[in-house]
Design a protein around this ligand. Sequence first.
Ligand SMILES: Cc1ncc(COP(=O)(O)O)c(C=O)c1O
Length: 458
Amino acid sequence: MTGADFLQLDPSGVPSGGLATWLTAALRDAVTDGRLVVGARVPASRTLAAQLGISRGVVVEAYQRLTDEGLLSARSGGGTRVSAAPGAVRRLGPATRPPTPDLDLSPGVPDLSAFPRAAWAKASREVLAEIGSADLGYGDPRGVPVLREALAVWLGRTRGITVSPDEILVVNGVAQGLVLLARWLEERGRTRIGFEEPGSYGVRVHLQRWGMTTVPVPVDGDGLDVAALEASGVDAVVATPAHQFPTGVVLAPRRRRELVEWARAAPHRLVIEDDYDAEHRYDRPPVSAVKVLAPDRVVHLGSVSKTLAPAMRLGWLIAPADLQEELVEARYWLDLASPALPQVTLARMLASGAFERHLRLVRLRHQARRDALLEALTEHLPAARIQGVAAGLHVLATLPDGVDDTAVAAVALEAGIGVHPLSRHREGDGPPGLVIGYAATSPDRLREAVRRLAPLIS
Ligand SMILES: Cc1ncc(COP(=O)(O)O)c(C=O)c1O
């Protein structure tokens, strides 16, 4: 490897598993300190890869991550250019949105074809017929009372959380809850936040965009390593205890207790529980939320993104009592409140049982899809170790050492198949793997995707 004149990039000494992260950081730094100005063109991925002596997939992955962050944009026929400096508002237009592959097995999306259109339409009609004019004014920033009442019942029954409707803040998805919390922490000078390693790339970048420095805390077969959390010195952590993203591990009972002990061991410590897909469970016993164990130290976040659809932008935040008022006020000054009609409609779906019926139906459909994916992986990719199959909407396929998962995902994308390289969801090094979402794809298409993917892995 000889390095490139472009930004004097030199990959020597960077382990192959960490190349994409290294290159992403190097390019981001160059945009931040002005060596690459807005409008500047970056070399074609093939050219830069050749100069650096690394695989093209690594360069494609780094460009993709920076495109996701809003710093680069690909123009048709015009190469890839710097589109914004860090901190600038990201504009997601058709030009910056990543191409949608023909077979998109990206994780995080439920079976959207099963969206309960008829039940939602029926509930909406009923709501419109019954809702009073007064309910169409500026409402409570915490959300419409009837939804908070329905959620209190639902979360008690399905997540074990004892909560009064007054303690629930309706938000536009887990994402908005994270923004409110990041701002709250930042205003108090608390900008270092523990984050699972591996952990969701999207959530990590989101926190970083809102001023947080994420501190990686390793995850093992029992979930978040609480001893490492203690050693990290942070006083807040974002975790996915019910179904760790992306490994699918459930936080073990001993670790749950340790996490609560960690939270109670010093003042102001906070656990942010991202309960993003806890409703999807197939062949493992239910686990309750960590919020149940320490209501005074845990902020619980959930949404209907993985049960109904991400486009709903409807979720909930349940904070410890001493944070509630400040978060409600922050929410009010952010955008006053969430739209009322979808809230009342969801409340009706919850109260009538339509939501639960939908969940039962999609659980069966998701399970059939997961089984089809597992069968295909066993047949076509026997060298992969499959994890996280008992719950959720995706699996993690760990690949043999030495495989470059970034390059595999880039080649797969060129072949029309979308999967995430595990290394995208990590800040440091680790074994290679693919995060494969199955819920949004029919069994036949899943089989086809794996059949086409397998020969690309070497
Ligand atoms: C782990 C994780 N947390 C949070 C989110 C965001 O959820 P929401 O749509 O509720 O904002 C996602 C989205 O994919 C996710 O994967």
